[in-house]
Every structure is written in C-alpha cells, then in structure tokens.
Design a protein. Structure first.
Ligand code: HDE
Length: 705
C-alpha cells in the first residue's frame, strides 16, 4: 500500500522516557568508518577512478558487441551479481531499530552487570524483530512467533538477549530444532505454503510431539498476530542465572513489557494486511520513529531462588515449555528501552546484525536448559555461512563499543590491520600492544562454580513429561473473546490440512487441554470430539490475558478521518491536536488526492479510497461535510472496520455515510456527535485506548451466521 512518510511535526510520545535521537550516537560513531567509504563528489569505480559515463557499455561501434576490456561494465555487473547473502535459516523476515536502554538500578541486588545494576546507566541497543518461518520477502502479519532480539552494546562487551514474543518454546531440547523448523517451513516438494503453519507437516509434527502443545496454544492465540511491534511483549524464554557483586546467584526470567500495552490484530485483518500491505509492521515502526513517536518497553525480571533442583513452586525452571506465572513471581522492573532511531541502511545493519545467545557479560550466566545449551552452539555457527566467514564481529553493527583486543587473526573479510608478531598467549614479544588476561573480578565467562556430574544419557528429566497442564492454564486464563479467537485459529489451521488423521490426532491433543476447546474445534471441522484427561487442578493466571478493562495509551495508533471538499477542517484539526499530543496519528482519507482547504485551514489528503484499506486504522471517523460521499469503497472500508471491532464515529452529516454503509449506529463503539467538542475527543481517545470494541463481536457473529 502506498504510504506517505508521516509529518515530521508529530510530537514525541508524551512520556518522560522518550528521548531525542542523539546527533551523533555511539552507534552512529561505530558506523562512521563504513559511511566513510563514500566520499568525494564524483562517481568512481571501487578503485577510486573517476567515471565519466556509467550508462553505456564499451562497444565496437554503437551497434556492435560489448568489449571484454570494459572493466567498469564487468565491475558493476559482478558486484551486483553478488549483492545477496543467504537469508537467515529462521527469522529471515525482520525489521530493526536503534535505541537506548536506561537502567533503574533496581537489579543491583541480583546482578553485578553494570548496564542493569547502575541507576541511570545508559546503554545503546539495536533491536531486531522478526517472524520465524517466512522468507525475507514474506508478509509481516502472518500468524507466527515474533523474534525480539536485543543487542546491548555495554561497556563490558555486547550482551544479546535473543528472545521471542512468547515465553515458551515448541521443544525442550535443541536437538529437535531442525525437526520443528522442517515441519513448519513450506513443503519441500512444492515450497508452499509460505510463512504459515496452516499445513499438514506442521500439525503432523506437533500432534506427534506433544511437548509443543503449550507453545501451540500461544501461537494460535492473539499473540501470533500482533497489532505492531510496539504492542507485543518480549521474553528471554530460558531461565538465566544472575550473579551479584557479592557472588550470590539467583535464577531469573527476562520480560519486555511494552508501555503501549499488549494488543493484536484480528485474523481477517491480518490476512488482508498480508496482501494489501505486506510491510505492515516494519512500516508502522519506521514511520512512528521518523515522526518522533518513539517505542518503549520496560525490562523486568522474575527472580527465583537458586537451588540444586532448579525448580520454583513445582515448576522445573530448566523446561522451556513452562512459564512461571506472574502471580507467583512478579515481574520486577529494572530499566526502560526506547527505540528512537531508524537504521540508515537495511543491509548493513538489519541484515548483517548477528545475535548470539553466548554474548554474555559478567553477572548474567546461562543455565543447563537443553534448548539454551544447543543455541549456544548454533548462533556463531550460522553466521559463518550467512556472513561469509569468522570476521562478522568487525561489521559496524556487530562491533562492540567496549575495547577489543583479541588474538583472533586473518580469515575471510578481515578488515583489521593487526600489528605485532605475537598473537598468542603467553608471549614475551608483544610488548605493550599485546592483550593480557583481565583481572579475576573483571573477567567474562568466569562462571559461578557449580557441581556437574551424571551418567552420560540421552534423556530428559521426568519433570519434563508434563505437556498439558500449562496449556490448560493458558486456555482457562483467556477471556471469552480470546477463547473464541483460539478456537477459530485452530479450526482455520486444521481446516487447511488435507490429512484427516492429522486433524483427528490434533483433536486428541486438544482433548487433553480442554474439553470445550476440543469440542468446538471438532464441531468446526465436522469431526467427533474425542475424550481426554485435561488437568482439573489448574489455576488461571490473569496476567496471560491481554484484554484491557481500562483505556491504555494510544501512542502509535492511527485514526483515519474521511473528508472531502467542504468538510469540517476545524473539527479535524481539534482531533489531530489531541491525538498527536499522545503520539498517535491522524490520516485524512478522501476520494481523490490533494489538499483540502477551508478558510485559513488546510489538510493534506494522505490516503485516497484507492490507496487505502481499513487495516491501516485503529479507528475511522467520517467528518461533517463528507456524509454524502457515495462510494462503494468507503462502504467497504467502514464495514470492515465495523467487523474488526474497531471504533467508528462521525459528526454532523458524516453519520449519513455510516448509515449508507449499512452500519447500525446504535451498536457499541459507534461514537456520534453533532460537532467536535472536547467531550467527543475524550470519548474517542478512551475508546481507542481500549483497543477494540469487543462488545460488538456478538452482533457481527450473529450477522455472518
Ligand atoms: Fe533461534 N536461531 N534457535 N531461537 N532465534 C536464529 O541465528 C536456533 C530459539 C531467535 O534477529 C538463527 O543468526 C536453535 C529460541 C531469534 O537476527 C539460528 C534453536 C528463541 C532469532 C538459530 C533456537 C530463538 C533467532 C538464524 C534451538 C527464543 C533472530 C539466524 C536450540 C528464545 C535473530 C541467526 C535476529 C535466530 C538457531 C531456538 C530466538 C540458526 C538451534 C528458543 C529472535 O542460529
């Protein structure tokens, strides 16, 4: 969908933590050498030779063959031929932003890592969000897990928190990763379907491999289709071991909590967006940051006592298919992350950034979670192929902001000119230039001593055998609308499977989660519901539901206002002022492009009925003066927004357009007034702050039968 860049004048999100992007941030400084490769005014070859003509190849006469001696032709084409690198084997589709993390200092009691422990300490970060299964060019809004990878450029070296927007994983042992990914990726014969799990091989695997059940519940829930990157949580998933300055350890789980709340798309909207704006999430993030509506997440930790059995309230903390309910261990805030700068170059930064779960700093250690253990191997290994050799840490985006003095040498794409003759330790020849080991208190990878002993086995602890109780907890913690979405998602995905035995086997799995869930999905598929043995002693965890009862912030939300010649521009102006003051956006929609003028006022038409679709908006209004705009596309826009439980409204004669679209103006979430007054604007802000008008859903369901 064509998009204008948002107005630069939109003010920053009204929050004390929002920061102006620094003129020269440390990251920009780190990138300086790369940018320095472009200098001078004249077009040159890679060798610096000035070029007069880059439009014609050297030929034997204007109609003759090209000559092999045309070095410029060969250099230009050869470089182009090699512009692509292999896409990531998973998480290929992603978008990223720079930002700053500011520590509250509250983590000092549990970790000595200064970027967490020192109050007010600011650390530059680079964050890449991604889907897991789709190729680099796939759509943003597909149902999938979202990657949430954060690189902290700390003074002690890089720390990477390579997490997801769901707190659990499909598998307990990393050795199963190729299996789950092969099952989820497109079928190897036809390479379809792209970027989705609604196909036989995925459901074949997860129905046979029941430890995936809890994660499947998350993936089928609204969490699988986030409204935007700014409205999703992030999780470190694994349990980490934190160590404080007194050498005491505790076990912890990392959580990112978005200040904008946790909100999702509805399924039909996600599907429409995948076609009409495949870049929906990355556009949303880039536009918002460009406009100064920065994106924030609070980092929190759940802290559990370190113990020999590494369990908490009966939950095995080494099992990545389990969460610790927040009601049992509260998430304690330790700092704020603000994304405030878009990358300058997608390839140099977003594509070449290399995360690694083994990038740790003193004060943060890994545990024996067998999923984490396998990851420690994988992330460095994959970059050797993807980034073409062992020197990817020298790329500007991967370079630490801490001093580097290693004895790693040579290799493909070496850009450092190392001096000296003794890249080894111990030595007597390096003099002052050679590195020496850090003193004990400052050294990295000095793990807290723990006894490790056991027989060599290929086995899981018995506690890993419970595959269903937390899946049940997830389901019973959902509100009715979230349950309905889950049922719809399962029915959709299984309805896309060709093999009846896979549908039946999955129903057998769901029967062990919840009888009602199983019965409703079975009814949708036209199959009998099998009986199972769901856990009965499960307590709901209210923190798992994302439905809000009180209006939250509206930063980053988009309001579409339908207008036309003669529309009430003063009213639009009042709404714009109120929304932009809260970091939200107002886009004027009209039948054709241009500028609307009335007296001294003007409004740029940012979207036309040809270029827009309802998925772009969290709410749609029809302005006074636009009520007689008769266009089927407007009716579709309004009707879709109605069906997707979005706030709709109109003032003055704008109400006519709602009625012409067949919208029941007495339905919940239809905000009408005669003119834009302060009370009307407040009602709008509150309604958008509730994200959706869920009360309207029964009406829509009744209408569609
Ligand atoms: Fe990853 N994962 N993963 N993963 N992962 C990669 O690394 C892997 C897992 C996650 O934006 C790859 O550089 C294995 C869990 C994110 O660049 C690769 C296992 C979680 C990203 C890899 C896991 C993640 C990756 C592909 C099981 C959430 C995107 C390209 C043992 C806690 C990072 C790359 C980015 C990327 C392997 C499981 C998150 C192949 C073997 C669990 C967010 O190394």
């Amino acid at each position: 969908m064509a998009s204008k860049r948002p107005r630069k004048s939109v003010p920053a999100v009204a929050s004390p933590a929002a920061m102006e992007p620094a003129e020269t941030s440390p990251v920009a400084e780190a990138l300086a050498p790369a940018q320095g490769l472009q200098s001078g005014e004249a077009l040159t070859t890679a060798q610096g030779l000035r070029l007069r003509d880059t439009d014609h190849s050297l030929k034997a006469g204007p109609r003759g063959p090209s000559l092999l001696e045309d070095f410029h032709l060969r250099e230009k084409i050869t470089h182009f031929d090699h512009e692509r690198i292999p896409e990531r084997v998973v998480h290929a589709r992603g978008a990223a932003a720079h930002g700053l993390f500011r520590a509250y200092g509250s983590a000092a009691s549990v970790t000595k890592a200064p970027f967490l422990a020192e109050e007010g300490r600011e650390t530059p970060v680079f964050v890449r969000f991604s889907t897991v299964l789709g190729s680099r060019g796939s759509a943003d809004t597909v149902r999938d897990v979202r990657g949430f990878a954060v690189k902290f450029y700390t003074a002690e070296g890089n720390f990477d928190l390579v997490g997801n927007n769901m707190p659990v994983f499909f598998i307990q042992d990393g050795i199963k990763f190729p299996d789950i990914i092969h099952a989820g990726k497109p079928h190897p014969d036809r390479e379809i379907p792209q970027a989705q799990t609604a196909h036989d091989t995925f459901w074949d695997f997860v129905s046979l491999h029941t430890e995936a059940t809890h994660h499947v519940m998350w993936a089928m829930s609204d969490r699988g289709i986030p409204r935007s990157f700014r409205t999703m949580e992030g999780f470190g998933v694994h349990t980490f071991r934190l160590v404080n300055s007194a050498g005491e350890s505790s076990l912890a789980k990392f959580h990112w909590k978005p200040t904008a709340g946790v909100h999702s798309l509805v399924w039909e909207e996600a599907q429409l967006a995948a076609g009409t704006d495949p870049d929906f999430h990355r556009r949303d993030m880039a536009d918002a940051i460009d406009a100064g509506a920065f994106i924030e997440y609070e980092l929190g930790i759940q802290v559990m006592a370190d113990s020999d059995d590494e369990t908490f309230e009966g939950i095995d903390l080494l099992d990545p298919t389990k969460i610790v309910p927040e009601e049992l261990a509260p998430v304690q805030p330790v700092g704020m992350l603000t994304l405030n700068r878009n990358p300058d170059n997608f390839f140099a930064e977003t594509e070449q950034v290399a995360f690694h779960t083994g990038n740790l700093v003193p004060g943060i250690e890994v545990t024996n979670d067998p999923l984490m253990q396998a990851r420690l191997f994988s992330y460095l290994d994959t970059q050797l192929t993807r980034l073409g050799g062992p020197n990817f840490t020298q790329l500007p985006i991967n370079r630490p902001h801490a001093p580097v003095n290693d004895n790693l040498r040579d290799g493909m794409h070496q850009t450092a000119v190392h001096r000296g003759v003794a890249p080894y330790l111990p030595n007597s020849l390096a003099g002052d230039e050679g590195p020496v080991p850090a003193e004990e208190t400052r050294g990295g990878y000095v793990q807290i001593p723990r006894l490790v002993e056991g027989e060599k086995v290929r086995a899981n602890p018995v506690s890993f055998d419970d595959h269903f109780s937390q899946a049940t907890m997830f389901y019973v913690s959902m509100s009715p609308i979230e349950k309905a979405h889950l049922i719809e998602a399962f029915t959709f995905e299984l309805g896309k499977c060709y093999e009846k035995q896979i549908r039946e086997r999955t129903l057998g799995v769901l029967a062990n989660v919840d009888a009602d869930l199983c019965a409703q999905v079975a009814a949708g598929l036209g199959l009998p519901a099998p009986k199972g043995k769901p856990a009965t002693d499960v307590r709901p965890s209210p923190a798992l539901s994302q439905i809000v009862a009180v209006p939250g912030p509206i930063a980053g939300r988009v309001l579409g206002v339908v207008a036309g010649p003669g529309a009430d521009l003063a009213g639009i102006g009042k709404i714009r002022k109120a929304f932009e003051a809260r970091g939200a956006f107002v886009r004027v929609i009209a039948a054709a492009g241009g500028v609307l003028r009335k007296g001294a006022r003007s409004e740029i038409i940012e979207r036309t009925l040809l270029t827009t679709r309802s998925i772009e908006y969290d709410a749609v209004l029809v302005a006074d003066g636009a009520g007689s705009l008769a266009d089927l596309r407007l009716s579709v826009l309004l009707e879709e927004a109605f069906r997707h439980a979005k706030v709709l409204g109109a003032w003055g004669d704008g109400k006519q357009a709602l009625r012409a679209a067949g919208i029941d103006t007495k339905a919940p979430g239809i905000l009408l007034d005669d003119a834009v007054v302060a009370a009307y604007t407040k009602r709008l802000i509150d309604a958008v702050g509730l994200h959706r008008v869920w009360d309207r859903v029964p009406l829509v369901t009744a209408r569609s039968g």
